[in-house]
Design a binder for this molecule. Structure first.
Ligand code: PCA
Length: 322
């Protein structure tokens, strides 16, 4: 009896050693049903398959493991091996993280892709210095204005309680004379329900995910910019994997990037339809509102170039040449 038990344990230990399985965590701030998160889940499945079950990635949605502004540090410190961040959330750390949050610098999918190509070398370099690898990015759909009352121009936003998700969206609020308050997406529905905010800029995707149509009835489709989510990886954790598993991660990431950008583009129009079906009016912004927001963008690109110096100018120049 005793002898047999001993052999069984030895056999089990051997089995585990021969089939070392690694478990990674992947925190994100967005809900499970969001298209970025669905893409992450597919990425995790592809890594599982591609690595022959050697690397298991658990996606933690809706800021359940780390809050949005904490995810980058968690990856850097190895508390999470992977993490999805909103790049523009980190603009105060380094201005280049905010390049894709400037209104009207890149306001279509094609332009946003080009801006990404211009940003990518400096992003990769900066992150590498922090022990982080950039696996892939995906753009959010174009950003428009959700607001309770109808607005004819930016003047109608004066004094309005304005939700910001980043330094740049807070700055837009200031420039139009609204009252900015920073609220991450995980707390957005509650902020609307309690009247803490009555307006914000974001995508139809977030408008739908947070059931904004229950509180706010107007969306002005300004298509002002397309901020990106980025999936980051702790470099040490990657270096500890065997070569075939590393290859599986990189292959799945490349596929996720391609799939994610296509998904974003395709779902943008679906989200606007879903907002309409749920009682929201999707407005084409008036000429006055467009001109006002363009002016906000002009101010913000100037401010950003002042802060980011030669590095920022080089990114903008390389983007404009594409
Ligand atoms: N949704 C995120 C960021 C950009 C977007 O479209 C949010 O509103 O928090």
């Amino acid at each position: 009896m005793h002898h047999k038990f001993g052999i069984a344990i030895a056999g089990l230990t051997l089995g585990v050693a021969a089939f070392a399985q690694t478990k990674w965590d992947l925190p994100t701030a967005y809900p499970a049903s969001n298209f970025h998160t669905e893409n992450l889940t597919q990425f995790a499945g592809d890594v599982d398959k591609g690595s022959g079950g050697k690397l298991k990635i658990t996606v933690h949605s809706n800021a359940s493991l780390f809050k949005a502004p904490e995810i980058k540090r968690a990856v850097q410190g190895g508390q999470a091996q992977l993490g999805e961040i909103l790049l523009v959330n980190y603009q105060n750390e380094w201005q280049m993280f905010g390049a894709d949050g400037i209104p009207f610098l890149a306001d279509s999918y094609d332009a946003a892709w080009k801006l990404y190509q211009a940003q990518k070398p400096v992003l990769e370099k900066k992150l590498a210095e922090q022990g982080i690898a950039l696996l892939y990015t995906v753009a959010w759909p174009p950003q428009g204005i959700f607001v309770k009352k109808e607005i004819a121009s930016a003047a109608d936003l004066k004094g309005v309680k304005w939700r910001a998700y980043s330094p740049a969206t807070a700055r837009i609020g200031e420039l139009v004379g609204a009252q900015p308050v920073t609220v991450q997406q995980a707390e957005l529905s509650q902020a609307m329900a309690t009247g803490v905010i009555e307006s914000y800029m974001s995508s139809g995707s977030t408008g739908y995910d947070t059931k904004t149509y229950e509180y706010i009835k107007n969306f002005y489709d300004t298509q002002a910019w397309l901020p990106k989510n980025a999936v980051l990886m702790n470099k040490k954790a990657f270096d500890a994997l065997d070569k075939p598993t590393q290859d599986a991660v990189l292959k799945a990431a490349a596929d996720a990037e391609k799939r994610g950008w296509e998904l974003s583009r395709k779902k943008n129009l679906e989200y606007l339809d879903l907002l309409k079906k749920n009682g929201m009016t999707v407005h084409v912004p008036s000429a006055a509102l467009k001109a006002d927001m363009k002016k906000v963008g002009d101010t913000m690109i100037k401010e950003w170039l002042d802060k980011s110096g030669a590095e920022g100018q080089a990114v903008v120049d390389s983007y404009k040449k594409m």
